[in-house]
Write a protein that binds this ligand. Structure first.
Ligand code: PLP
Length: 335
């Protein structure tokens, strides 16, 4: 744990204890504008961001992954596949499969997995780049790690970003094992977006908020389609406070729209809901990410889906307890 952590956390606890809700607006680090001070030059440098508004700390890695895929995965009939690495981190694989299914496509066919050559443990750099070019016309998203969690392989991120740009497909990176571990230059490489957790090489503790990078070229164009809301609408401030001037998008700083933070050149509206298969329609096959084989029967209920494990039995009810100041905690009988 960094030496300054305890004092920093205690300062917030003291502010909470002594100021209550006013801690949002006064004190050394008012919470309403904490986003403006916690994204330090060091935290920008560690991912190679060029602007403060390219990085935000919030949520968990997986939540941020879902948010970014909701914004960047805009499939069409001819272009709806996602390229990921084989043996992707399990929660990434589930997140990708669920986004594909939510958009009405079949994860069994709409996810392309990059595998090392037979007899080899790691991907060859050239094979990764070639795969993006080969599958490019049908790809709606490339999602790859900076450092593969299972093999420790550092992927050629600059070359991957260039290949994705050449193919006209957005690139997202999972940097869980890369940030704080290997040099990163996300802005210079032109990576569209990246997500990372802070509890590995950044020494964050349990529950530490995750990070998100969104390249400046997606910032601030009105009518954009990134989900927004929560703290401050326009990426600044929080609550009812106005956005911090340094973190306002250029468009909103110029008086443009304040809803939406990204303009995606490839962003297409999803087809109307009526044109998409309903998520739980009887005709929609159950899906589950590999290696489980997809069940043959169509089903909508867990009980009917043979590939899902049975639910664990409900835990037994807690015994009733009561508190007695003199005798401590006792089960069941009243004090
Ligand atoms: C490569 C990778 N991706 C995603 C995750 C999931 O992160 P979280 O559960 O914090 O969302 C992890 C967690 O260890 C990881 O190592």
């Amino acid at each position: 744990m960094p030496k300054a952590t305890a004092a920093a956390v205690n300062a917030h606890l003291t502010s909470w204890a002594t100021r209550g809700v006013d801690g949002h607006f006064v004190g050394g680090t008012p919470w309403a504008t904490i986003e403006d001070t916690c994204v330090t030059p060091a935290s920008l440098a560690i991912v190679g961001a060029a602007h403060a508004h390219e990085v935000v700390y919030m949520n968990s890695l997986t939540v941020n992954l879902h948010l970014m895929m909701a914004a960047f995965y805009r499939p069409t009939a001819g272009r709806h596949t996602i390229l990921i690495e084989d043996h992707a981190f399990p929660s990434d694989a589930y997140a990708v499969a669920s986004q594909v299914a939510l958009a009405g496509y079949d994860p069994a066919t709409a996810i392309v997995r990059l595998r090392p050559r037979v007899g080899e443990a790691a991907l060859r750099d050239g094979d990764v780049v070639d795969a993006i070019a080969t599958h490019g016309p049908t790809l709606a998203l490339v999602l790859l790690p900076g450092v593969q969690y299972y093999t420790g392989q550092v992927l050629p991120m600059a070359a991957v970003a260039a290949a994705a740009r050449a193919a006209g497909v957005p690139l997202g990176l999972d940097l869980a094992h890369a940030v704080g571990n290997v040099p990163l230059a996300l802005h210079a490489w032109g990576v569209d977006w990246a997500v990372w957790c802070t509890y590995k090489y950044l020494n964050g503790g349990p529950g530490a908020v995750a990070g998100l990078f969104l390249h400046d070229r997606h910032a601030g164009v009105p009518g954009a389609s990134l989900p927004c809301g929560g703290g401050g609408g326009d990426g600044g401030g929080g609550g009812d406070s106005p956005p911090h001037p340094d973190r306002r998008s250029p468009a909103s700083a110029a008086g443009g729209a304040t809803s939406g933070r990204a303009a995606l050149p490839w962003a297409r509206p999803l087809p109307p809901r009526s044109a998409r298969p309903a998520f739980n329609s009887p005709t929609r096959p159950c899906w589950r990410s590999p290696p489980s084989p997809p069940p043959s029967a169509s089903c909508t209920r867990r009980a009917a889906c043979p590939s899902l494990p049975p639910r664990p039995p409900a835990s037994p009810p807690m015994p009733r307890r009561c508190c007695c100041r003199r005798r401590g905690w006792r089960a069941a009988s009243p004090c």
